[in-house]
Design a protein around this ligand. Structure first.
Ligand SMILES: NC(=O)C1=CN([C@@H]2O[C@H](COP(=O)(O)OP(=O)(O)OC[C@H]3O[C@@H](n4cnc5c(N)ncnc54)[C@H](O)[C@@H]3O)[C@@H](O)[C@H]2O)C=CC1
Ligand SMILES: O=C(O)[C@@H]1CCC=N1
Length: 258
């Protein structure tokens, strides 16, 4: 497969790196000369315009900000033909894309930034122009960037909140742990290492051994011990309620983006 990427920002560049080993060719188009230079330095082909990019590609990924997406889609309308358009633009529905592009092959996906280390979580939904073979090829190629979930399109905004924005919330938690460690007397570097390894190890444990996180809390929190004192503070301050509301507000914003 030949992949064309429109927008070489955080996500476009992360996908380019993740896909490198799995596709024949990657071509990038960006309005920023600086981003095009970066793409060249990072070993990718660049296109001078959208027409060249489309001609060189079987699948075209739209990775620009929501505010820039409409203009790009209008320019693609007469260029795309039977090629697949893969949009990762938050809040932009398949219906919106079809109204700008016409009834073309469209995959709407929602990834997260962890694609940069090939550990992304990517949800996708397709319109009925996308064949089983198109879908299979997409899954084979994009599984190089992380785990894929085919979901109903009406859950993509919720997925955007949980997984698309999710890394920012996890980083916030890790950042708070680091600050707490510094406050207790560890250097930044040591506190960072302790926080990351604690979160990473806990995730690996859950993945490897299964079980609900609450079950594992009972194994960590000894009766009358230390952990339960910390858990009480989180409960008093409605930690779970805060996280649930954080996801709800994020999902609501995704609905209003485009
Ligand atoms: N950053 C994230 O963690 C995630 C972002 N997304 C979605 O991915 C999309 C891209 O986000 P980022 O990579 O963070 O944005 P970004 O701002 O880092 O990159 C966007 C790139 O598009 C380029 N661009 C703007 N207008 C253009 C045009 N007309 N033609 C070609 N290139 C153009 C910009 O120069 C820039 O390099 C957004 O729609 C966002 O909703 C989805 C999931 C996660
Ligand atoms: O904040 C945003 O709008 C994008 C969508 C998911 C992650 N970043």
């Amino acid at each position: 497969m030949n992949v064309g990427i429109i927008g070489y920002g955080n996500m476009g560049s992360s996908f380019a790196k993740g896909l490198k080993e799995r596709v024949s060719n990657i071509v990038v188009f960006d309005v920023s000369e600086e981003k095009l230079k970066k793409a060249l330095e990072e070993g990718f082909g660049t296109a001078k315009d959208l027409s060249f990019l489309v001609k060189s590609s079987d699948l075209i990924m739209l990775a620009v900000k929501p505010k820039d997406a409409k203009a790009v889609l209008e320019s693609l309308r007469d260029l795309l033909g039977e090629r697949v358009l893969l949009s990762i633009v938050a809040g932009l529905s398949i219906g919106n894309i079809e109204s700008l592009l016409g009834k073309k092959k469209i995959i709407r996906a929602m990834p997260n930034i962890n694609v940069v280390v090939q550990k992304g979580v990517i949800a996708y939904a397709c319109n009925d122009k996308v064949s089983e073979q198109d879908k299979e090829e997409f899954v084979i190629v994009f599984s190089a960037c992380g785990s894929l979930y085919q979901i109903a399109e009406d859950l993509i905004d919720a997925f955007t909140a949980l997984a698309g924005s999710g890394p920012a919330f996890v980083f916030k938690f890790i950042s708070a742990l680091i600050t707490a460690g510094i406050r207790e007397g560890f250097s930044y570097e040591v506190s960072r290492g302790i926080a990351i390894d604690t979160v990473l190890g806990s995730c690996e444990l859950l993945k490897a051994l299964g079980g609900h996180p609450e079950e594992w809390i009972t194994r960590v929190a000894s009766p009358g011990g230390t952990t339960v004192e910390g858990i009480k503070v989180l409960e008093d301050r409605a930690f779970s309620g805060i996280v649930i509301e954080c996801i709800e507000k994020t999902r609501e914003k995704a609905k209003k983006l485009c």
